[in-house]
Write a new protein. Structure first.
Length: 543
């Protein structure tokens, strides 16, 4: 299959804007409404409004879903050429919004997400005219014929699928030197706070779009920090739920033992409401049955400003403090705030990544990726490579298009060469050991100190955007995600402050299996008391 995009980088970016986002131009020509209705909710208000505020405005006829959708489409047209956060807009979005408005008038809202515009990460299947490529031109000819399970749940809840967000190509699993936020179909996502800084990966577009208010809320996926890390870099709330809380059916996979969808939002309220909407059991995803009950029937009951009172919160400093002065300053302010909110702060709650973990984790991941991506490709209609071997050949054939001069495909080739059947005893031993080691590294700390949760800095300030990473560069915060994701445990990053130059910093709450509701409550209490988030100013540079 020949690609539909030319192979030079400048042409690639132009084609991504003109070709894949052609619906943006169509939207620009059809912004009139059949039945205009005055509104008192303006663009500036939305930065401060939660989904609950928006619902009240729509119920009181101060705003319609169509008006809200049109406002976001205008913001995307204005801001996305700089941010490259959105790959496509849904040509049906305004029609869906009109249908939602009619339903509200006749039957009432189906729930908190009625009429709410949501952006999806571009690895989530939709059975409409929007492509699902995981950022790779190899899948431009793919034609999924069913929505991903989480998309079905969003539609059933009344949400407006606004479009799809850019991402690190193949969710950062093509090569260890992949460029965070870059994909062949979407270009390079930039941080809305400072445009020459990274929005992280792989849910980079989801985080940047949420931060820049290009949708009320977005969905990302997390395999190894891919929601939590970009949330920390963009002053957004990112939720990686317990494995199985939300279904993975219909999402381009890396590993069924790690992958999970989750929300990215500007506040904890919106993240919690969206997670509740996409959560639930799915017969096609057995892990969802095991995670049933992780969230209460009424998600609103966890949004309690006093949730931290009397709780024991462990402080994880080792490896994370003493690396960056701004991180240290913001984290110390966080610890003081937790104490002021009535939490018992327990020092020394450091999670030590077991030395043997990576030796088991990588072989398991390679086998899972080979199995899962082959199954996904086999089940997906359209014109595209049939399997992992075909993807490897495609990348070699179209090296310029896929920027193989920036980074290669080591994970792909290693998975093809060394990946084994998931019934293989060696694979099963690696996966069992990795999961057990990871769970014990967290649970032992929680149990020893009788902790309700652990808090730690989410990461360092956003690095410069681009592909100039040097050999040997390391991220001291990677252990935050390795243990937690291998265990299948939840994490939530919340805005905590900014560097002296205005770059966002977050803090992460993490816990044991099915502690999602408690963590959301702690994050909400901290957010409401700290009130640190500022809207991005789209500065060209900090230096």
């Amino acid at each position: 299959m020949r690609p539909t995009i030319r192979t030079t980088h400048c042409a690639l970016v132009a084609a991504a804007v003109i070709g894949l986002t052609a619906p943006l131009a169509a939207q620009a020509m059809t912004t009139t409404r059949a039945e205009p209705r005055p509104t008192t909710v303006r663009e500036a208000h939305l930065e401060r409004m939660t989904i609950l505020d928006i619902q009240r405005a729509m119920d009181r006829e101060r705003l319609t879903s169509e008006q809200l959708t049109d406002l976001y489409l205008k913001r995307i047209r204005a801001l996305n050429p700089r941010l490259r956060a959105v790959v496509t807009v849904n040509p049906d979005a305004k029609g869906i919004a009109r249908d939602s408005d009619r339903r509200r008038r006749t039957d009432g809202a189906r729930g908190p997400l009625e009429g709410i515009p949501v952006l999806l990460k571009e690895n989530m299947n939709t059975a409409d005219r929007q492509p699902t490529t995981a950022g790779s031109a190899a899948l431009l000819g793919a034609r999924p014929n069913q929505d991903a399970e989480v998309v079905k749940r969003l539609r059933a809840a009344g949400a407006v699928i606004l479009g799809k967000a850019n991402m690190t190509e193949w969710a950062n699993f093509r090569d260890p030197r992949a460029v965070a936020g870059w994909s062949a179909v979407g270009g390079l996502t930039r941080n809305p706070y400072v445009l020459d800084r990274s929005a992280g990966g792989s849910s980079s577009g989801s985080a940047a779009a949420a931060a820049a208010n290009l949708a009320t809320v977005t969905l990302g996926t997390d395999t190894g920090g891919s929601i939590v890390d970009p949330a920390g870099l963009t002053s957004t709330v990112g939720v990686r739920p317990t494995l199985g809380v939300a279904s993975r059916t219909g999402i381009v996979p890396i590993s069924s033992r790690h992958d999970t969808p989750g929300p990215v939002a500007r506040n904890v309220t919106d993240a919690a409401l969206t997670l509740a909407a996409i959560a639930g059991t799915d017969p096609a995803d057995p892990d969802t049955a095991a995670a049933a009950g992780a969230l209460p029937a009424d998600i609103g009951e966890i949004l309690d400003r006093g949730a931290l009172r009397g709780k024991r919160i462990g402080v994880w400093r080792a490896g994370h403090i003493g690396v960056d002065r701004d991180v240290d300053r913001v984290f110390e302010a966080t610890v003081r705030k937790l104490k002021a909110l009535g939490a018992t702060v327990v020092e020394g709650a450091d999670v030590t990544e077991p030395k043997e973990l990576l030796g088991h984790l990588l072989p398991a991941l390679l086998s899972e990726f080979k199995h899962d991506i082959n199954a996904y490709l086999a089940a997906t209609p359209g014109s595209h490579p049939e399997n992992l071997a075909g993807l490897i050949a495609y990348n070699e054939k179209y090296r310029g298009l896929e920027r193989m001069d920036w980074f290669g495909q080591m994970y792909f080739t290693e998975a093809q060469k060394n990946g084994v059947d998931l019934k293989d005893p060696a694979y099963r031993a690696h996966r069992a050991a990795a999961t057990d080691l990871a769970r014990r590294s967290i649970d032992d700390v929680l149990k020893a100190e009788k902790l309700d949760a652990i808090v730690t800095p989410t990461g360092l300030p956003a690095p410069e955007v681009g592909h100039q990473a040097k050999e040997g560069d390391t991220n001291p915060f990677v252990s935050t995600t390795n243990s937690s994701v291998a265990a299948g445990y939840p994490q939530i990053s919340v805005p905590a402050g900014y560097t002296a130059k205005g770059l966002p910093l977050g803090v992460t709450f993490l816990g044991t299996k099915a502690s999602d509701a408690r963590l959301l409550g702690y994050a909400y209490a901290f957010e409401q008391a700290a009130q640190v988030r500022k809207a991005p100013r789209h500065l060209p540079s900090v230096g």
